[in-house]
Design a binder for this molecule. Structure first.
Ligand code: FE2
Length: 336
């Protein structure tokens, strides 16, 4: 493709539940190239430029704010390093995965494996790193190997969850607003790949020195305690569970309540202790069922295709992972 020529992109639609429409706005927006884009034009082999993204950046960002997530399908992003170049073209600051709970491995550049929890484990809806102060604003997920069965990355618009919960259980929402929430997690001594929250304190804080880990932990959480078996228990400060997105004025269900209640379960952690209101009082199990149903009702569940990239506005949308039959390889890049 000659220099200066623009790659034209069309919007495509998918049937529910792969894509849904709320108040006339599709979720997610799905973009696909009109014609075959030459790799050379799209992915610069020097890794410096990706002209399509750079030309379209303000437009893409406006669409992301409007829709909450964009699925790029059919673009010539064929391997993890193409994905890394694609993400870098946005010029966002990469966010190191400090304080996150999931076991992850660096693949290339700023690209990591997504949560390596066992295939039969469902990862409940969450805003990425909602439990630490420095959370990413934008997430990119890339499909390197598409699952044949299950393995979707469902997405939900957070404001819709908030609105629905206000309708169904206003007193729970008020208590959340008044008291906030606290997260308690016991980090193993070394990674435990059998757990979806099995990231050991060493890789969580990037050190095997206890004093150093303690210092880093205390920047992220309110208090810590070393256990006899070498595990580290962390308790966050009281955090808000509902936040206004100052860009839109909309209230967001910005918390990991259901993720923790359903997902922080292993030999070291139990849901009732892992998530509480800010004053330490427990969540009501029936309300958790209601919340989970709301999330599933509102969720979209697109089927991954090889080369897909989904860009998620982490302030506006929650994501999760369905269980699957291997193989499946979804990679992630987190940005400020
Ligand atoms: Fe996540």
């Amino acid at each position: 493709m000659p220099e200066g020529q623009k790659c034209s992109v069309k919007e495509i639609t998918l049937p529910e539940p792969e894509q849904k429409k709320f108040d006339g706005t599709v979720f997610p927006l799905i973009l696909s190239p009109n014609d075959e884009i030459e790799n050379q034009f799209f992915i610069d082999s020097t890794g410096k430029a990706l002209s399509w993204v750079q030309n379209e950046l303000s437009n893409i960002e406006a669409q992301l704010l409007k829709h909450g997530a964009i699925l790029f399908r059919g673009f010539p992003i064929t391997c993890p390093s193409d994905f890394d170049i694609f993400v870098k073209a946005f010029n966002y600051e990469a966010l190191p995965y400090v304080g996150g709970a999931a076991p992850r491995t660096l693949v290339v550049g700023n690209v990591f494996t997504s949560n390596e929890a066992p295939p039969d484990t469902l990862i409940p809806f969450h805003h990425e790193m909602a439990q630490v102060p420095n959370f990413p604003n934008v997430l990119f997920f890339y499909c390197d190997v598409a699952p044949t069965e299950g393995g979707q990355t469902p997405l939900v618009l957070s404001n819709l969850v908030y609105q629905r919960m206000v309708q169904l259980n206003p007193s729970f929402v008020n208590t959340l607003k008044e008291k906030g929430v606290k997260y308690t997690r016991v980090l193993p001594n070394g990674d435990d790949p059998t757990s979806p929250i099995g990231r050991g304190w060493q890789s969580t804080y990037g050190t095997s020195n206890k004093e150093e880990a303690e210092k880093k932990a205390l920047e992220l959480v309110g208090s810590i305690e070393w256990l006899d078996d070498g595990c580290l228990k962390t308790i966050t400060r009281v955090l808000p569970a509902i936040r206004e997105d100052t860009r839109t004025g909309k209230e967001m269900w910005f918390n990991s309540v259901i993720a923790v209640y359903r997902g922080w379960k292993d030999t070291r952690n139990s849901p009732e202790k892992s998530i509480t209101f800010g004053d330490g009082s427990p969540m009501d199990p029936k309300t958790m069922d209601v919340l989970e149903n709301v999330l599933n009702e509102l969720a979209i569940d697109f089927r991954w295709k090889k080369g897909d990239v989904v860009m998620v506005d982490n302030r506006q949308a929650l994501h999760g992972r369905r269980s699957f039959v291997p193989p499946r390889r979804i990679l992630a890049a987190l940005c400020k």
